[in-house]
Design a protein around this ligand. Sequence first.
Ligand code: ATP
Ligand code: MG
Length: 404
Amino acid sequence: MTQPLTIVVLSSGLENFKEIRTALSADSRAQLLAGGNDAEQLHEEIVRLKPACAIISLGANSDQGIRFIQRLTAESPRTALISAAYDASSDLVLGSLRAGAREFLRLPASADELKTVLDRVSDFCSVQVEAPKKKGRMIAVFSSKGGCGTSFVATNLAACSEARTVLVDLNLQAGDLPLFLGVDPKYSFADMAENRTRLDEALVKSFVTPYSSNLSLLAAPKEADAADEIEPEHVFDVLQRLRESYEYVVLDPQHTFDSITLAALDQSDEIVLVLTLDIPAIRSTQRALEIFDRLGYPRKKIRIVVNRWSKQIDLDLRQVEKFLGEPVVGFIPSDYQTAVTSINLGQPLVRSDAGCKISQEIRRIARTIAIGAVHVAEEETPKRSFWNALFKRDASLILSEPGA
Ligand SMILES: Nc1ncnc2c1ncn2[C@@H]1O[C@H](COP(=O)(O)OP(=O)(O)OP(=O)(O)O)[C@@H](O)[C@H]1O
Ligand SMILES: [Mg+2]
């Protein structure tokens, strides 16, 4: 069976469009999706519809057409671009090929020439058939109360990984993870969000800041203005893209249930819920668990970790677990001097002092929740429909107490 080829045509006028359309109608593979001479409108259509090919007619203002090809080459790499013109001067053909066109179609198009060009587009498309997308595991380290040590735990869990891992600072307004890793990022989440429709491997790599050969940071924007522009949908897209490039994506979200944090938690395979053993933090954790229940998160998605644990804390752990209705999977000892020194030096403790008690326990937790194993199990695609529904509704409806 012949593979249909979806096509968008940017013509240089009505007559020119009719002519190309007639030529295409003679080839049974051609499916014309959109056409006309409004370059801006067609640009949007091409990015949205991702046709197999776009025919760009170079009229009197051929420079404009060449710039259009350049732009599409960068933004729609999976669409084969075909330049077309009545004037087949070698300068024009070469110029359009250099700008990124795959083929040149001489106008008026003869049936033979059109067939040859579409054959080549067809070959290009068969090479483009996507390999199934890789999907790394996403772990959010979350606390509904500030100051419990989530950034410290997230950084150190990520640093335990032996596989390709990216740590993502989702405190978009006031992220401080560069300090935890002693790095000075040039680019941030805002750059990734702005370029989200064209994030290939090289671009992803250029926006993250490497810490070591297998750990990188996607920093929060330095300016609050840039953070304001980031929408939950952008967060969703960027995180999905990161999962294709990294085996582990470790998130450090805010301590609130705002829509960006919900976008991140919803997408995560696992949530490490961090608390300290004091009454306000325990209450806040219980409320977070109630919210997770209301959001429909399975309890197995949540792993409770106590940070700053000490034997001196006069609280019966069994009572705490009973109150929360969940077991605690890890107890990171309290050692302020050691923790704060590692932060001040910008070195994750699990790497700078692997033998200390905090590091040992964080490594044990990483093994328990399988962060860092090089093999990644295939999992289901997240239910975007649920996520979409969440943000179409007012998040506060979901988060408000039932019956309130
Ligand atoms: N296990 C620990 N023992 C002692 N101090 C710790 C421990 N873990 C973290 N801390 C200290 O707690 C402080 C807060 O840590 P961190 O910034 O990671 O918390 P956070 O929950 O991310 O806070 P924020 O509300 O700023 O996001 C830091 O000074 C850190 O050194
Ligand atoms: Mg923090």
